[in-house]
Design a protein around this ligand. Structure first.
Ligand code: IMP
Length: 196
């Protein structure tokens, strides 16, 4: 079975490849397909994931797996959510987004900094078969960034029952508990079913 990961985000590709490594599938990425489309995202994780997977399945003629994910901060009424990558504006860095998040939470005490990472994974094939799965990871936003692993909001997110941030974990550790890992566990079952 051949599967294309429908993203240009190298950080996501790394995590997805690690999570799927035990499956008997050949994984392709954007670098295997010149002209790989750039997809404009909206304000809903499920719609975004489906749009990415459908577009890439059609473009490549292969099964496509797309991840759309975001961080929902309770004290900010669920923001930045689907706007996580664009929180501080278009084409900003992870650091810009982290700085904005910390500044908005400046007056919020640690016990009120609950947050959830959510990941929606869509799997589609060129014939129009589709499945959508989701994973979440609960935690809180720490007051000072910690760690250098991972990407995005990882230095600010401390998962529940842990004393370190995602950025202070190895990829293997993060992949045991993360929102993406949980969604991909379900995606693996879908792929196994489609293999039959
Ligand atoms: P997407 O490409 O629209 O799905 O944007 C995902 C954005 O959510 C990323 O750019 C990060 O800002 C954030 N994000 C998603 N998953 C993670 C994660 O595992 N760690 C840190 N940030 C994440």
């Amino acid at each position: 079975m051949e599967v294309v990961i429908a993203t240009r985000n190298l950080d996501k590709i790394k995590e997805i490849k690690e999570a799927l490594k035990n499956l008997k599938i050949k994984i392709f990425t954007f670098s295997d397909f010149p002209g790989f489309p750039e997809i404009k995202e909206g304000n809903n994780l499920k719609d975004n994931a489906l749009l990415k997977a459908r577009t890439i399945a059609k473009f490549t003629g292969k099964i496509a797996l797309a991840d759309d994910s975001g961080l929902e901060v309770m004290a900010l009424k669920g923001a930045p959510g689907a706007f996580s990558s664009r929180f501080a504006g278009e084409n900003v860095s992870y650091e810009d987004n982290n700085r904005k998040l910390l500044s908005l939470l400046k007056e919020v005490p640690l016990k009120k900094r609950d947050a959830v990472f959510r990941c929606v994974v869509a799997i589609t094939d060129p014939q129009g078969r589709e499945e959508v799965v989701e994973g979440i990871c609960e935690g809180k936003i720490v007051e000072n960034p910690g760690g250098f692993q991972g990407f995005g909001y990882d230095p600010l997110f401390q998962p529940k029952d842990f004393k370190k941030t995602f950025a202070q974990m190895s990829l293997k550790e993060k992949n045991q508990i993360s929102h993406r890992a949980k969604a991909l566990e379900k995606a693996k079952l879908v792929l196994k079913k489609w293999m039959k």
